[in-house]
Ligand binder design. Structure first.
Ligand code: NAP
Length: 279
């Protein structure tokens, strides 16, 4: 019998059945011949703190946390990574040998890495960046763009007060605009990022015309179902380089897998195929 330890990890959310994370992590467990499993952990909000405290007793190396637990889960952490503190949310928990819970947020890392995977010489400070949306994905993406040195971020959200709150929190690099200014706020940008849910499977398309967008601007969408949103399709048709949301999802998983399973995994064409097969 192999002496290799069986390692357990999972994703805690409510609902959580739709999560692609088990496909990603179980693919890597098999690829690297490890003993372990990554499971769905459906946990109602009222049971979150008890469930997190039970991770150590159940033998978990850690877990991801997703909607609606990303903020509340912070309360159970014994230590928070500075980026998670800055973001005000966690998506990864690592159980320490002494049982302490350490909280991380890899969403911003995943986003930046996905852009670099698509464009290795990408830099955040080559011009203004327009970001649509001011929810959880926007927080992670805007902060990571600031940390990468972005010089001007034009933040536009349907509910303007939320964009204003983020701008106040993140400082003068972030300027907020009215939702009805979204078309013209594309003028002269080096990058456009959609972090709203518009264009996601089951949602209406994002109502945005790209006439003012330079054709050199990189267009990225946090959405990964479908892989090519109507926004990315329109951008591609007019010659803009595009990046979909799958790379963000895959890249945020890499450091978590390394922390739990001890191997920094690669994103291979086979993994992309396995994920695409679930859509
Ligand atoms: P969220 O916190 O609920 O934020 C939703 C955003 O969409 C808000 O800014 C909201 O504006 C906007 N929105 C909703 N309906 C709208 C409409 N009809 N018109 C214009 N804007 C509208 O959600 P989230 O967690 O940020 O997720 C947003 C998207 O990112 C989702 O599609 C999600 O799948 C994707 N995502 C991808 C990854 C990845 O790894 N690739 C990670 C996280 C999220 P209001 O403030 O006005 O409501």
């Amino acid at each position: 019998m192999s002496s290799q330890k069986f390692i357990l990890a999972g994703v805690m959310g409510h609902p959580v059945a739709h999560s692609r994370s088990p496909v990603i992590h179980n693919h890597w467990i098999a690829q690297y011949n490890l003993k372990g499993s990554y499971v769905l952990l459906p946990v109602e909000p009222a049971n979150l703190q008890d469930a997190l405290r039970g991770l150590k007793a159940l033998g978990f190396a850690g877990c991801n946390v997703t909607i609606p637990h990303k903020v509340e889960a912070m309360k159970a952490m014994d230590w928070l990574h500075p980026v998670a503190k800055q973001m005000g949310a966690i998506n990864t928990i690592v159980v320490q040998p002494d049982g302490a819970l350490h909280g991380f947020n890899n969403d911003g890392f995943g986003y930046i890495q996905s852009i670099r995977d698509a464009k290795s010489n990408w830099k955040a400070d080559t011009g203004p960046i327009t970001v649509l949306g001011a929810g959880g994905a926007a927080r992670a993406i805007v902060l990571s763009l600031i940390n990468e040195g972005a010089s001007e971020i034009r933040l536009i959200n349907r509910t303007k007060s939320k964009a204003e709150d983020l701008a106040n929190e993140f400082g003068s690099v972030v300027k907020f605009f009215d939702w009805n200014e979204r078309h013209t706020a594309l003028s002269g940008v080096s990058m456009l990022v959609n972090t709203t849910n518009q264009g996601m499977h089951g949602q209406p398309n994002l109502d945005l015309h790209l006439d003012d967008l330079p054709t050199s601007a990189l267009v990225s969408d946090a959405i990964y179902i479908p892989l090519e949103t109507p926004l990315l399709e329109s951008a591609r048709m007019r010659g803009n380089p595009t990046v979909n949301g799958l790379g963000m999802l895959l890249n945020q998983a890499r450091p978590a897998f390394q922390a739990w399973f001890g191997v920094l995994p690669e994103i291979t064409p086979d993994l992309r195929k396995a994920i695409a097969a679930t859509f």
